[in-house]
Design a binder for this molecule. Structure first.
Ligand SMILES: [Zn+2]
Length: 271
């Protein structure tokens, strides 16, 4: 039966797996992961069984507490009362009363997070801070990265260095909620890219705010009639075009009406 002959072998597998998932191995207690996710064999070493659920649970449990410089996501409420997801790095830990710790805090209560796209930083309890990586899926399968690559090459170049090199993309970062993605080479893949993609998504939401409000108040706008002019789109067509670009932003009721509208349309076509 296959397995790992030594603690060293199993450690290196864990480190490689963490890296492949876009995690920083330094942020994990590897001994704890070995204890929880691997079984010692009678002949020495560890079993190879890497059950996905067991692995996930062990990794979540043994992530070290937040550290200074960690890229995180926080929720900011704007003046108009909407919420936005912002990304930034933890700059400092604070006490519950906002005070600064002397020395290294053992169990910090709050964090001050520096934000690039907001008028101020963010100060709040660590319980409201989410590691940026939790919002993204990191994909390294070449067939997945290039599944819809256009001809003639049928592979994607790195988004960042494509203009001066022909480096192929090796990592695809997918924002889980929106499905927005960026493809990069290993050299260009870092925390800042997560924040960049997350902020792109945040700006789509910000710019779509008026449309979101309109479709929340009058969901039926999305099923408005088709224009009878070839040159000018009707309001309904404009709403539907917007919904096709930003499906994750469409308010629930309008989304349901639109889904039904599409169903009726295809039924009419096949009838
Ligand atoms: Zn690159």
């Amino acid at each position: 039966m296959s397995g790992y002959g030594s603690v060293r072998a199993v450690r290196s597998v864990i480190i490689d797996t963490l890296k492949a998932e876009g995690r920083n191995p330094d942020a994990y207690n590897i001994a704890g992961i070995i204890r929880d996710a691997f079984t010692p064999r009678s002949e020495g070493g560890y079993s190879a069984a890497l059950d996905a659920e067991v692995w996930r649970a062990a990794v979540d449990k043994h992530r070290r507490p937040f550290g200074i410089g960690d890229m995180v996501r926080v929720v900011v409420t704007t003046k108009s009362g909407t919420t936005e997801h912002h990304y930034g790095k933890i700059y400092q830990f604070r006490k519950a009363n906002g005070g600064i710790y002397r020395g290294r805090p053992v169990k910090p209560h709050s964090a001050y997070v520096e934000l690039d796209h907001h008028t101020s930083g963010w100060l709040g309890p660590l319980s409201e801070v989410t590691p940026a990586l939790d919002d993204f899926e990191i994909i390294r399968s070449m067939s997945q990265i290039n599944s819809d690559a256009p001809p003639p090459d049928r592979y994607y170049k790195c988004r960042r260095c494509a203009w001066h090199s022909y480096k192929g993309a090796r990592v695809m970062v997918v924002h889980k909620v929106s499905g927005q993605r960026v493809r990069l080479c290993e050299g260009c893949f870092n925390d800042d890219e997560l924040a960049r993609l997350g902020h792109d998504v945040m700006y789509y939401g910000r710019h779509g705010q008026q449309t979101i409000t309109e479709l929340t108040e009058n969901p039926e706008l999305i099923t408005g009639p088709v224009s009878d002019s070839y040159y000018e789109k009707s309001d309904g067509e404009i709403y539907r075009g917007w919904a096709d670009c930003f499906p994750w932003l469409v308010p629930a009721e309008a989304a349901a009406l639109y889904a039904k509208w599409k169903e009726n349309l295809s039924a009419a076509v096949t009838a």
